[in-house]
Design a protein around this ligand. Structure first.
Ligand SMILES: Nc1nc2c(ncn2[C@@H]2O[C@H](COP(=O)(O)OP(=O)(O)OP(=O)(O)O)[C@@H](O)[C@H]2O)c(=O)[nH]1
Ligand SMILES: [Mg+2]
Length: 242
């Protein structure tokens, strides 16, 4: 039986761990991320007769390289390639929270947006047209309350469908200013030539243009590990040349 992997990403305090605990119950284990002092919580659950493992990523406001937490979350999405990244948003501060959702959507097509704290939003009289939001974002959007345990079945049904490749998505991609877009166009083929197609080339090009050297470290570590595993054919050493 296949085991699919689900990552929970989102800003701090959006209810990721509450949802994680609800899904995995006692079937969870914690440790540290390799080489980092950041706690890694992983757990299992079953839905529609399918086994899932889920990872509770550290809460972050962005996925650049500003902190170890951001690096851990970012590297998991890029290098471990979960079958679905569930972006958990606080429905009471949607505008601020959508920023992270858009960043994740630049990194992977397999995104489900979970609007959590819907109970709180309702109390505050906040109304959200999730269908419209879903159309605009190009990803499924599901309203839940992890505290009141509402919307969870709908959420897991769509996660299940996406993990099995049955949900075509077309995540909204930010368009940048003309000069940045021109630079991306110039850089992307070179990045693709160096590292192949298994990574989000546009996103990596953007990070490189932003002078993010830590993504280079992460890529080098990834290729070194891969080389060791495969007995050394892939001799890629990536250096900043921009
Ligand atoms: N009202 C309401 N509160 C919630 C809901 N989900 C989580 N909370 C509360 O929100 C707070 C933060 O929840 P956590 O699950 O710790 O949030 P988190 O995203 O894991 O936070 P970090 O680990 O810091 O990133 C807690 O007090 C939860 O009880 C919800 O659906 N409704
Ligand atoms: Mg947490």
């Amino acid at each position: 039986m296949s085991v699919y992997r689900i990552a929970l990403a989102g800003n701090p305090n959006t209810g990721k761990s509450t949802l994680f605990n609800l899904l995995t119950g006692l079937r969870q284990h914690t440790g540290n991320w390799p080489g980092k002092t950041v706690i890694r919580a992983e757990g299992e659950f079953t839905h529609n007769d399918t086994e899932y493992t889920t990872v509770d990523l550290p809460g972050t406001y962005s996925l650049y390289s500003n902190s170890v937490d951001e690096e851990v979350a970012r590297d998991y999405i890029i290098f471990d390639k979960p079958d679905v990244t569930l972006v958990v948003l606080d429905a009471t501060s949607l505008e601020r929270n959508l920023n992270l959702a858009l960043q994740v959507m630049e990194m992977t097509d397999h995104v489900v947006v979970c609007l959590n704290l819907m109970d709180e939003a309702q109390k505050k009289g906040i109304k959200i047209d999730s269908e419209m939001l879903s159309k605009k974002l190009g990803t499924p959007v599901v309203k839940v309350s992890a505290r009141n345990k509402t919307g969870i079945k709908e959420l897991l049904d769509i996660v299940d469908e996406m993990a099995k490749g049955n949900v075509p998505t077309n995540p909204y991609r930010m368009t940048y200013s003309d000069d940045i877009e021109a630079k991306i166009e110039e850089l992307a083929p070179k990045v693709r030539q160096m590292i192949g197609d298994e990574f989000p080339i546009r996103w990596i090009s953007l990070r490189l243009l932003d002078g993010d050297e830590r993504i280079l470290n992460s890529l080098n570590t990834y290729f070194q590990k891969k080389k060791k595993r495969k007995g050394g054919y892939n001799n890629v050493s990536i250096k900043a040349t921009i």
